[in-house]
Structure formats: structure tokens, C-alpha cells
Design a protein around this ligand. Structure first.
Ligand code: NDP
Length: 410
């Protein structure tokens, strides 16, 4: 058993806490630490109400400023955490990773590090921060699994799974469709600040062995996917393009995110007015405000969408390549249901798909299967034990190819 420290108490952390509690026979004591301790307490109350613990055990809340390295180190020591699941804001990644390197605890996150005052990093993003610590992790034998949510995360494992069945990989297209409905005029499914930052900068894709640049909503394509059917998705920048392009440099790697016309219209107005800017502006009264922070403050809290969210998500990888001289293609995917996620853990489907995988990764570290003793992106790990666990704890993997549709291990 390995004790877990969860950093952050947002929508994703809620799912992580429930899943850790449901699997505390493998994971041991559970500690939740965030800037606002009351949010950790609320999560613990919901765990007791909905999931219960698999076994009797500790689940405790802590106040923590995760930007304070000494405080993170102290809390890891105090809680005896051997695995840290970082699902706080991506601004805290580097201090939390440093604390893990200092204490020897394993590190898992679900998003690339970002600096609050930089709108968009240049590729390859992991190279700007995380990968600079890779040698140190290896030297100290510290396990760090980067980007272990759904996308990045499970989609990286989908790519690896498909690539392993090919002699040569030509292209990896990751498609993320949320065909659900939350009933609000406008809302983002996770932190608006992080969500918008994904779409305000240059869209980077890896094609023909080089970084290509496009504008958001410039390149769109209609996809026909299992369960959710025909959906428009637009090429977007995303974390996993950066690690997959390093691991499969000969393949084209693109990320496609589904958007409805209404979202695009509202987003375009906000952006063109300058309301998505992270640069402070001064009002006539002399108040200094960051427009993006104001927009975040007036939009619905993503967690509040959960009770009325209906419909499904389909996220998958279309991987094309060759096998024995023949052209082959595989679509590896998962379908998740918003209402079912709410029933089980009190969260919407986007938080659910993001929160279940890091717990599977933690369980694989605890059992030793993914205890890499160095820094890895998900596609560098064996996907099979990951899929087996995900099948069991709520996110089954399916495969569609010319022979039809089936479970990944059928
Ligand atoms: P939320 O904004 O709901 O939660 C973030 C949490 O981090 C909040 O509880 C916040 O505290 C806390 N936090 C922020 N700064 C600090 C700090 N300095 N010290 C301690 N705690 C802090 O985000 P989500 O739950 O939606 O997302 C969490 C992470 O998951 C993000 O990194 C996001 O990018 C990632 N993600 C990954 C996905 C994937 O599939 N890979 C999909 C969706 C999200 P407070 O409440 O006080 O503000």
C-alpha cells in the first residue's frame, strides 16, 4: 500500500479522491491538500456520502499553498505520502515536482506546467519545464508520470497501443468530442482560465517532421465517431502533441477538439473584445484587473455543471500506419456518460475522464508495474495494465477497425 497526497480540490480532484477511496486497499491513506481547505472538506464529505472507502482508512484535508516548495515538502513528510497526484492548477506543477524529487515521492500530473503571465509556450512544451528535470528524476530514482489524465494521458496510451500493432506509424489524430449538454448559456468544462489559454494562442501541430502553425478554428474537419456520431472538430494545440511528436517523430500528430457554433461565437466575441487577455488593464477608477480573471469570476463554476449535465463524450485516437506492407488504421477510444459520472462520484464527465486515469496510474505505481524510477510520459509506459485497470474502474477502452468494434483485449 502507498499513501497518496492529492493536490488541488477542484472538479478533477473530487473524482481522484473518490477513486482513491474506492481503491484504498491498494493506495492506503488519502490526503487532500489545496489552497482552500473548505473545498477539501467538501470533497471528503462527498466521498463519505457516495463512495465510502473500500477499507477503513484515513482520508484527511489540509490547507496548502502548493507554490511554496518548503510547505509541499513538509506536507509530504507529515502525511507519509509516497505518491503525489497533482490535480491543482498547472501553475503549481514545478514546485510540486521539485518537492517530490526532494522527498522521493512519486509524482503524477494531468497537465503541462504553465506560468501565469505567459499566454502560450513555444514547442515542445514539456521541454520548457518538465523534461529539464528528467535526468534528476533518473539520478534520484524518482518516478514521475507526466500528463496522466485523459487527454493528455489515456490518449497517449491509445497511441502507443495502436503504434505497437504497426510497423510504421504515419499519423496520430486525437479527437475529443463532448456531445453533452449542461444547459447553461455559456460555460467551460474546467477552469476557464486554463481552458481559454488552450485556444487563444497559436495552434501547433506536428506534420511532415516539423512544427506547423495555425490559428484557432482555422482548420476544421467533420468526424464520424462511435455513439456521438457526426461532429465538427477543430485542430487545437494540446500537451500530448508535444510528447507524442518526440516519441513518434515520423508520424503526423494532431489534436482535434469538438466545438459547437455557439461556443465559437461567444469565444470569438470575448477574445476580440480583449476579455480573454491575461494582461492587467486599468479601469477609469484606477482599479487594475486581469480581464481573463473577471471572465472566470462571472462564468459558472465548472463543478456546478455536474447535476444537470446529460449526454456523452467520445475521445479517441485515429492511428494510421502500415503493417506487413499493408495500410492499416485503428480508432482506439472511450465513451463516457455525464449523468453516470454524477451518479457515481458527483462530478461531470469531463472531470471524470480526467480524474480516473491518474488514480489508475497511482495504483500501477503502487503495484510496481509503472514504478519507472524516472520521468515518463504515458506513451512510454506499457498501456495494457493501464487499460485493464481503467476497464475495471470506469473508463473502458474500445477499438474500431475494418473488422468492426470491440473491447481492446477482445
Ligand atoms: P479547478 O480549477 O477546478 O481546481 C484547481 C484546484 O487547484 C483548486 O482547488 C485550486 O484551489 C487549487 N489550487 C490552485 N492554486 C493552488 C495553490 N497555489 N496551492 C494549492 N492549491 C491550489 O481545476 P480542475 O479540477 O478542473 O483541473 C485540475 C487540473 O487538471 C488542471 O491542471 C487541469 O488542466 C487538469 N485537467 C486535465 C485534463 C486531462 O484530461 N488531462 C482534463 C481536465 C483538467 P482554489 O479552490 O483555492 O482556487
Amino acid at each position: 500500500k502507498k499513501n497518496v497526497l492529492i493536490i488541488g480540490a477542484g472538479g478533477v480532484a473530487q473524482v481522484v479522491a473518490h477513486k482513491c477511496a474506492q481503491n484504498n486497499d491498494v493506495l492506503g491513506d488519502i490526503h487532500i491538500a489545496s489552497r482552500t481547505k473548505a473545498k477539501c472538506d467538501e470533497i471528503i464529505a462527498s466521498v463519505h456520502e457516495k463512495s465510502a472507502m473500500k477499507q477503513d482508512g484515513v482520508i484527511a484535508a489540509h490547507q496548502l499553498d502548493a507554490l511554496n516548495l518548503a510547505a509541499v515538502v513538509a506536507l509530504i513528510g507529515e502525511t507519509g505520502a509516497q505518491i503525489v497526484i497533482n490535480v491543482g492548477s498547472p501553475f503549481v506543477n514545478m514546485t510540486v515536482l521539485d518537492a517530490c524529487i526532494e522527498t522521493g515521492a512519486a509524482y503524477i500530473d494531468t497537465a503541462i506546467h504553465e506560468e501565469p503571465d505567459k499566454i502560450c509556450e513555444t514547442p515542445p512544451w514539456y521541454g520548457n519545464y518538465e523534461w529539464k528535470k528528467r535526468d534528476l528524476c533518473a539520478e534520484k530514482g524518482v518516478t514521475a508520470i507526466l500528463g496522466a489524465g485523459f487527454d493528455p494521458g489515456v490518449v497517449n496510451a491509445f497511441a502507443r497501443f495502436a503504434a505497437d500493432q504497426m510497423d510504421e506509424v504515419r499519423s496520430i489524430d486525437i479527437v475529443d468530442i463532448n456531445a453533452g449538454s449542461h444547459g447553461k448559456y455559456f460555460a467551460t468544462n474546467f477552469d476557464p482560465e486554463i481552458n481559454f489559454r488552450e485556444f487563444t494562442g497559436t495552434v501547433y501541430s506536428w506534420q511532415s517532421g516539423a512544427w506547423q502553425e495555425n490559428a484557432m478554428f482555422e482548420v476544421g474537419r467533420e468526424w464520424d465517431l462511435p455513439v456521438v456520431g457526426k461532429q465538427m472538430a477543430y485542430m487545437s494545440g494540446h500537451d500530448e502533441v508535444h510528447s507524442l511528436s518526440a516519441n513518434y517523430p515520423k508520424a503526423d500528430v494532431r489534436f482535434w477538439m469538438g466545438f459547437g457554433e455557439h461556443y465559437i461565437n461567444v469565444f470569438t466575441v470575448l477574445k476580440n473584445l480583449g476579455l480573454l487577455s491575461e494582461q492587467p488593464v486599468k479601469t477609469a477608477e484606477g482599479q487594475v484587473v486581469v480581464p481573463l480573471k473577471v471572465v472566470k469570476a462571472v462564468l459558472p463554476d465548472p463543478a456546478s455543471l455536474a447535476p444537470n449535465y446529460t449526454g456523452k463524450t467520445c475521445i479517441g485516437d485515429l492511428v494510421k500506419g502500415t503493417k506487413d506492407g499493408q495500410e492499416v488504421e485503428l480508432f482506439v477510444y472511450n465513451v463516457a456518460d455525464h449523468a453516470e459520472a454524477y451518479k457515481e462520484v458527483g462530478s461531470q464527465g469531463i472531470s471524470y475522464t480526467a480524474g480516473v486515469p491518474p488514480v489508475a496510474a497511482a495504483m500501477l505505481i503502487a503495484t510496481g508495474e509503472w514504478d519507472a524510477k524516472t520521468m515518463k510520459n504515458v506513451e512510454e509506459m506499457d498501456p495494457k495494465p493501464f487499460f485493464t485497470l481503467l476497464d475495471r474502474i470506469g473508463l473502458p477502452t474500445r477499438v474500431r477497425d475494418k473488422d468492426g468494434d470491440r473491447a481492446w483485449d477482445a
